[in-house]
Design a protein around this ligand. Structure first.
Ligand SMILES: NC(=O)c1ccc[n+]([C@@H]2O[C@H](COP(=O)([O-])OP(=O)(O)OC[C@H]3O[C@@H](n4cnc5c(N)ncnc54)[C@H](OP(=O)(O)O)[C@@H]3O)[C@@H](O)[C@H]2O)c1
Length: 354
């Protein structure tokens, strides 16, 4: 049977960048026709516009994949921090994908407890609701970030704790498989450097960059969705799935987007809580990192979750964004292939990337 056939999925943060692309993919039916997809988030305006997007598609282009979509989508307003609202949305759910998060490094730095509330207590609420109500949820996926690896900022620290909560949850709720994905910067997601640079270029500059040597892992939303789906398909309890992914100098991303426009670049210096290079898999994790298909898999450190299987580590050193940096030409090709150059985007698309 196909993976999502007749399944009820809960996407916390379903109105976000990842949630929207994930939901479109799920509704395509490629991996089976879900029974229901619940979009759970706080802001009614985002849900309203998402509902309208589907309504308009159905009326205008009548693309086959949009047929019956609105019957399958259920929009639920709720806050992952609130145990009551998490408990009320979970009954009947087979698969939870927890994308709801506070993900901006500076915001989390200035409001650390808010980040703890969403990223840590929110995750705990999901586990607690499943445990206390003995719910037959099959799978819960935590969506984590490279910043959770050897974290230096509040955002990363809270995401690291979220990973650990989901790993240990396999002991608390043995009927449910809790797994994680961990990945780097998503090209053009809301709040990322690409919309920022595009905005600065449209205004004629300057482009602001922290330091010339800063590197970041880059992947597309589609790659992130594939990672999540592959993990749901094959991850064992407690595993964290990490993609093989390219990295680039942030400076080269700016240069690629600028093309031959005459725009000034200003180096503003590294901000508190930022690393020059990100790490996807730490030195400490290497000994329990294996490879499956196109992905690295970090096996949990709790023996109660892992069992006693011998491991064949896939790497000998940490996985850093400084390891294999794309050239400027390769960065240009990547952005072009993802249609993220200024000339590829109409004003509406450029605006909605913000
Ligand atoms: N974007 C990246 O570069 C990147 C990289 C690595 C990992 N990730 C991870 O991927 C996940 C998705 O990121 P994204 O880029 O899609 O984020 P996003 O566009 O900011 O979306 C976040 C979603 O979460 C919802 N949300 C936030 N707080 C919530 C709460 N307390 N209760 C319920 N819903 C809440 C938001 O809607 P409301 O505001 O309406 O509640 C929104 O739907 C996050 O966990 C993030 O950490 C992202």
């Amino acid at each position: 049977m196909k993976l999502f056939e007749d399944q009820c999925l809960l996407i916390t943060g379903g109105t976000g960048s990842l949630g929207k692309v994930l939901i479109r993919k799920l509704l395509s039916g490629e991996m089976g026709n879900p029974k229901k997809i619940i979009v759970f988030s706080r802001d009614e305006a985002k849900q309203h516009f998402m509902r309208l997007e589907y309504q308009n598609r159905m009326a205008a282009t009548d693309e086959i994949i949009y047929r019956n979509f609105l019957q399958k989508l259920e929009f639920r307003i709720g806050d992952i921090r609130n145990y009551g609202s998490v408990t009320s949305v979970l009954p009947g759910v087979d698969i939870v994908i927890n994308t709801a998060a506070m993900k901006q490094v500076p915001t989390c730095e200035y409001s650390p407890y808010e980040a703890v509330s969403t990223n840590v207590l929110g995750a705990e609420n999901i586990v607690r609701a499943i445990q206390e109500h003995n719910l037959p949820v099959k799978t819960v996926v935590g969506v984590s970030t490279d910043k959770a690896c050897k974290p230096v900022n509040v955002m990363g620290m809270t995401k690291a704790i979220q990973e650990r909560i989901f790993v240990q949850a396999n002991m608390r709720c043995p009927r449910t498989r809790f797994i994680c994905t961990r990945y780097g910067n998503v090209l053009a997601s809301r709040g990322s450097v690409i919309p920022l640079f595009l905005d600065q270029i449209r205004k004629g500059g300057p482009i602001t960059i922290t330091t010339p040597e800063m590197t970041r892992f880059l992947l597309s939303l589609e790659d992130a969705v594939t990672l999540v789906i592959d993990a749901i398909q094959a991850a064992a309890p407690g595993e964290t799935w990490v993609p093989h992914v390219q990295s680039s100098l942030v400076l080269n991303i700016a240069k690629a987007l600028m093309g031959d426009r005459d725009i000034k670049i200003i180096f503003t210096g590294i901000r508190p809580g930022e690393k020059v290079h990100e790490i996807m898999i730490s030195e400490e994790e290497v000994s329990r990192t294996i490879e499956r298909g196109n992905h690295y898999v970090i096996v949990p450190m709790l023996p109660e979750v892992t069992g006693d299987k011998p491991l064949k580590p896939a790497r000998t050193k940490e996985y850093s964004s400084a390891e294999k940096i794309m050239s400027l030409e390769e960065t240009i090709q990547l952005l072009k292939s993802r249609k993220l150059m200024l000339e590829d985007l109409n004003p509406y698309e450029a605006e909605t990337l913000r």
